[in-house]
Design a protein around this ligand. Structure first.
Ligand SMILES: [Zn+2]
Length: 294
């Protein structure tokens, strides 16, 4: 038996305190954990530090922001799962989104997963963050030319703390990381020396993840109308329905499903018409100016 400890920081929202934008990363590691999870923990602390500077300057978010440091992730997402189960009703009615970062940096290039209504926001935010590897470019510039274009994963995985939020509670989720297929994963090579020599020698990829993560949180916490795009959700459902029809060799009609997807699409159009364009991008600049101390 062992005691585990989740740690939370809560910034109460000014206008909609009962809407939660949740950021999370785990804290336990198999070995040294420079990549998994400490690169993510460094980013979480940097987001917290920048939000702290903004709070001191008098800013408060429209909605509540909750920062979570999970324990016992490596034992099957125990810290986050217990918390989600304990607060299921509250989270299902109040959580706007859960933004997860686990192995923040394990090499080059942005890799991101999300539920479809967050695709557009994610892409928008990467236009405002400097690329950590190519001078004069944004993360969006390099992401859109990498592997033939932007490819946002659909998060069917269950290997990090977004799993209980998405698969148990049905909350919109994002998962971010730099680099893929880290050879030292869960071995003694997951060390600070590896990070300094190979993973992120200038620690600029850590900064890029911090900024994408923080700006996503700020848009979700501050935009007057939540920056969700349900057209993307309808297109994704359409794609899945086409696959389903193919698998059944078109032996069953999927027209009822098509009907519901069209309804969703029309509702999304109506919502967009009603949504006022949110101004007030100044907090972006403030957040980006809170650069890390040398
Ligand atoms: Zn991890």
């Amino acid at each position: 038996m062992a005691t585990i400890k989740d740690i939370f920081a809560v910034i109460k929202g000014r206008e909609e305190p009962d809407r939660y934008v949740i950021l999370g990363n785990h804290r336990d590691a198999w070995t040294y954990g420079a990549v998994d999870p400490n690169s993510g923990t460094a980013a979480l602390l940097n987001v917290a530090r920048r939000l702290g500077i903004m709070l001191q300057s008098g800013w408060t978010p429209r909605r509540t922001i909750i920062l979570c440091s999970w324990d016992a992730e490596e034992f099957g997402m125990i810290g986050s799962t217990e918390w989600v189960e304990e607060n299921l009703g509250d989270l299902q009615s109040k959580a706007v989104a859960y933004l997860n970062v686990d192995c923040a940096v394990q090499g080059m290039g942005l890799f991101a997963g999300s539920t479809p209504q967050l695709d557009k926001l994610l892409i928008d935010v990467t236009r405002q963050v400097k690329d950590p590897d190519v001078e004069g470019k944004t993360v969006h510039d390099t992401w859109s030319t990498m592997n033939g274009g932007i490819n946002i994963e659909r998060l069917a995985r269950t290997d990090s703390d977004f799993a209980p939020f998405l698969h148990h509670a049905g909350i919109p989720c994002v998962d971010l990381y730099y680099g893929k297929e880290f050879p030292g994963y869960h071995t003694a090579l997951d060390s600070y020396i590896w990070m300094e020599n190979h993973g992120d020698p200038l620690f600029l990829r850590h900064l890029a993840i911090t900024e994408i993560w923080g700006l996503l949180a700020l848009r979700l916490a501050n935009d007057l109308v939540l920056p969700f795009d349900y057209h993307t959700y309808a297109s994704q459902l359409q794609e899945h329905t086409n696959v389903l029809a193919d698998r059944m060799n078109n032996s069953q009609s999927v027209s009822v499903i098509h009907g519901f997807i069209n309804d969703l699409s029309s509702a999304a159009t109506e919502v967009q018409k009603e949504a006022k364009v949110c101004s007030g991008y100044t907090y972006f600049i403030v957040f980006s100016l809170c650069i890390a101390p040398l």
